[in-house]
Design a protein around this ligand. Structure first.
Ligand code: PRP
Ligand code: ZN
Length: 287
């Protein structure tokens, strides 16, 4: 039975998070990213490190069975791949940006202008839809420097933190597409029953890792006569766990909460008499 081959970005925006997701799912390789192709010692999988631009094609033609890549690349490349999961990280926009000195007054500004991009298909589709005639200059990398060297009047590129635009005196003026990291599969997967079942195992692990993200495990001591109030504050998945303490009249209450409400919950719990509140990371969550 052959290994599942998973393509991921060799370096760049999504590399670290892709590697972390695989590692948390128990797919370990030695020296990640050091080799072009690395076999996992802990799962029947091998990792293929590529430029993100090449991942949809690699998966579409069967050089890899799966890929972790930005949805932006999937849209641009139009390869026969399926999105299996949206991964909930790597969020960005594909946006039009103009020099900060430009007198931008709406999408019509782009008429007759030269726009540099690595996403010509998406850009042409957008211009057609809006009825704007502009010339599209395809550039493989460093699109953001094109206006300052006179190669273009504007850019159409990925904006994530906005740092790249800022460093190049460009301003985002129109968000065309929203994107995030996705897991894609290609035709090679469906011609191998062994690989399909390995994908099932992999998805189970990915889902467990993704469900645990942003969650914290809370435990505390609470007087029995305040338990009901505390349970109302931290309801938990089914219901919180309550264990008696050795000291009569006290219990230990355990629950899982979303990190973004953690401090509000902790303060409310203290106010109803909770003591010794412990907050722990949730590594995996299997529903
Ligand atoms: C994109 C884009 C910019 C950068 C924007 O690169 O090309 O360089 O991210 O991010 P920022 O708004 O946080 O500065 P990406 O890693 O998606 O791929 P690429 O290098 O292949 O273009
Ligand atoms: Zn790229």
């Amino acid at each position: 039975m052959s290994n599942l081959r998973i393509a991921l970005q060799a370096k760049g925006r999504l590399n670290a998070d892709s590697t972390a997701l695989l590692r948390e799912a128990g797919i370990n390789v030695e020296d990640p990213g050091r080799k072009f192709l690395a076999k996992s010692s802990s799962f029947p999988a091998e990792l293929l490190y590529l430029r993100d631009d090449d991942i949809p094609r690699a998966v579409g033609m069967g050089a890899a069975d799966l890929g972790i890549v930005g949805y932006n690349e999937v849209l641009e490349r139009e390869e026969p791949v399926e999105v299996v999961r949206h991964l909930g990280w790597g969020a960005c926009h594909l946006s039009l940006a103009v020099p900060s000195s430009a007198q931008y007054d709406g999408p019509e500004w782009f008429s007759g202008k030269r726009i540099a991009t690595s996403y010509p298909n998406i850009l042409r589709g957008f211009l057609r839809e809006k009825g704007i005639s502009a010339s599209v200059h395809q550039i493989a990398g460093s699109v953001e420097v094109a206006p300052s060297v006179g190669l273009a009047d504007a850019v159409f590129d990925i904006v994530s933190s906005g740092g790249t635009l800022l460093r190049n005196s460009l301003v985002e003026v129109y968000r065309v597409v929203e994107s995030e990291a996705v897991l894609i599969s290609g035709p090679s997967l469906h011609s191998d029953a062994g690989k399909e079942s390995d994908l099932g195992r992999l998805l189970f692990r990915f889902d467990s890792v993704m469900q645990s993200r942003g969650k914290k495990y809370l435990l505390m001591n609470i007087p029995d006569d305040r338990l009901e109030e505390a349970i109302r504050i931290v309801p938990a998945m089914r219901s919180p766990t309550v264990l008696p303490l050795a000291q009569r009249g006290w219990s230990s209450l355990h629950s899982v909460v979303e990190e973004d409400v953690l401090w509000d919950k902790v303060q409310a719990l203290k106010a109803v008499g909770a003591e010794g509140i412990l907050v722990l990371d949730v590594e995996k969550l299997i529903l």
